[in-house]
Design a protein around this ligand. Structure first.
Ligand SMILES: C[S@@+](CC[C@H](N)C(=O)[O-])C[C@H]1O[C@@H](n2cnc3c(N)ncnc32)[C@H](O)[C@@H]1O
Length: 263
């Protein structure tokens, strides 16, 4: 019998839209709403996830061997440490999430060896993450660090200071470190408004920000030469299905990403 859960979780709904199986009926209902009532909206999740994995590849090629994934989500078909280790076999990854369901699944499926940890923590409290024993054990702040904020800052309200969260880390990471940040982008289309309203209604939080507001989330850094752009267009590779589309859909316009490097 399927377990019951009264509220959907952002991690489980996102995972369901990406084809994952770890969800409850309430998550599936919301995921199906996006897939069936807002057809095409699954591209928000798909193009975001693909861009995250490309960003990890870019970090690995730049020599980064350690990543903290802030709001990592449920294990996916391809995970951050798997991509990073294609280029950096001794890579260390700390996955962080505040959802105990994510942490339990992550510990079972992602923490395959001593160099990977899954930490339960709130990204809005970066000090607690920095002090965490697994971060102290696995992350060397004298060596470039990769930081991922995949959609998570969209779930941080203005008064919770998303730029301050990122700046905390900018002030601690050494030169050569990279931050990849993706974010829901506000729009005036029917689709944009319906999606933003549904996310806010379902999860009680969720900010679709303008490009200037998202750029402000980079704190004192700015995106590298690729700039802030729709995830589908952030360094697409020939193998990505979205790379072959002649124009972006209205959905693909709604999630953007950018990478910044600490000088
Ligand atoms: C939409 S999923 C994105 C997963 C992954 N970052 C990606 O882009 O593929 C957002 C994740 O952020 C987590 N999250 C949301 N707010 C958080 C917070 N304040 N602290 C830690 N994790 C958070 C959720 O539990 C969820 O797993």
């Amino acid at each position: 019998m399927r377990a019951r859960q009264s509220r959907p979780s952002v991690a489980r709904v996102y995972s369901y839209v990406l084809g994952g199986r770890d969800n409850y009926g309430v998550d599936k209902d919301l995921g199906d709403y996006f897939i069936e009532d807002l057809p095409g909206s699954e591209l928000l999740a798909i193009t975001n996830r693909n861009a995250i994995l490309r960003a990890v590849r870019v970090m690995a090629e730049a020599g980064i061997r350690q990543i903290i994934d802030m709001g990592c989500g449920l294990p996916a078909s391809t995970n951050v440490h798997e991509v990073l280790r294609l280029a950096q076999s001794d890579a260390r990854v700390v996955y962080v999430d505040d959802d105990p369901f994510v942490v339990a699944h992550g510990r079972a499926l992602l923490a395959v060896d001593e160099a990977i940890a899954v930490v339960e923590a709130d990204i809005r409290d970066p000090g607690s993450i920095e002090k965490h024993a697994d971060v102290q054990r696995l992350i060397n702040f004298d060596e470039p660090v990769g930081l991922l904020f995949g959609i998570t800052l969209s779930l941080v309200n203005d008064e919770e200071d998303p730029a301050g969260v990122v700046q905390y880390w900018i002030d601690r990471i050494p030169s050569g470190s990279k931050i990849f940040l993706t974010h829901f982008r506000s729009g005036t289309s029917r689709e944009a408004i319906a999606t933003a309203n549904k996310i806010l209604e379902a999860f009680g939080r969720g900010r679709f920000r303008t490009d200037p507001e998202i750029l402000a989330c980079f704190g004192t850094l700015s995106p590298d030469e690729d700039g802030l752009r729709p995830c589908a267009q952030w360094r697409p590779e020939p193998s990505d299905s979205e790379a072959h589309q002649p124009a972006l859909t209205v959905w693909e316009e709604l999630v953007v990403g950018g990478m910044a490097t600490k000088p």
